[in-house]
Design a protein around this ligand. Structure first.
Ligand SMILES: Cc1cc2nc3c(=O)[nH]c(=O)nc-3n(C[C@H](O)[C@H](O)[C@H](O)COP(=O)(O)O)c2cc1C
Length: 171
């Protein structure tokens, strides 16, 4: 069995890429990075444990590389796989659509059979609406990061979240 974690991300202006590298640097023996702009998404099938990073663009839309590979993702089977998500957005500039793409990815994965792990508390964030909230409205479906307005909190948020992910993965 493959005990490595595949971390798949895509990034238009580099923020999600930087965060993906930060996460991988905390667990270099376990995490393998894949930029879907170059690697695509088919290799997700090789991993039982996945981390996915997605920024929201253009008023609640998918980032362009995720968008391009979306039809392939929709045709994939994620049953038996555990996935932890992190999303990047801007709660001040785009607070009506904060992290919407992470919500869309969560819904796709859940429909495709994945177990999406580690909800993240929504308290302390300031936004108007988000598709990335859980049904109870108290959590996001994955780690919520905002490099535009709260860059200073990112490192601490990652360091709190990643051990919870490894715990959920039982690694
Ligand atoms: C034109 C534009 C549209 C954006 N739309 C949204 C949005 O709808 N929701 C959101 O949460 N963030 C939005 N953002 C913020 C980006 O998600 C944020 O800057 C993110 O860190 C970009 O990640 P990347 O550098 O990996 O592409 C937008 C940013 C720009 C410049």
């Amino acid at each position: 069995m493959n005990t490595l974690i595949g971390l798949f991300f895509a990034s238009t202006t580099g923020n999600t890429e930087t965060v993906a590298e930060q996460i991988a640097a905390l667990e270099p023996e376990r995490i393998r990075l894949h930029d879907i702009a170059t690697d695509g998404v088919a290799e997700m099938a090789r991993y039982q444990h996945l981390i996915m990073g997605i920024p929201t663009w253009d008023f609640g839309e998918l980032q362009e590389d995720w968008d391009e590979h979306w039809p392939v993702l929709q045709a994939m089977d994620f049953s038996g796989k555990q996935v932890a998500l992190f999303g990047l957005g801007d709660q001040i500039g785009y607070g009506e659509w904060f992290l919407d793409a992470m919500g869309a990815l969560h819904d796709l994965l859940q429909s495709a059979g994945a177990e999406v792990v580690v909800p993240w508390p929504a308290s302390g964030y300031r936004f108007e609406a988000s598709r990335a909230l859980t049904a109870d409205g108290d959590h996001f479906v994955g780690l919520a990061l905002d490099e535009d307005s709260e860059h200073g909190l990112t490192d601490e948020r990652i360091r709190t979240w990643l051990p919870r992910v490894l715990d959920a993965f039982k690694l």
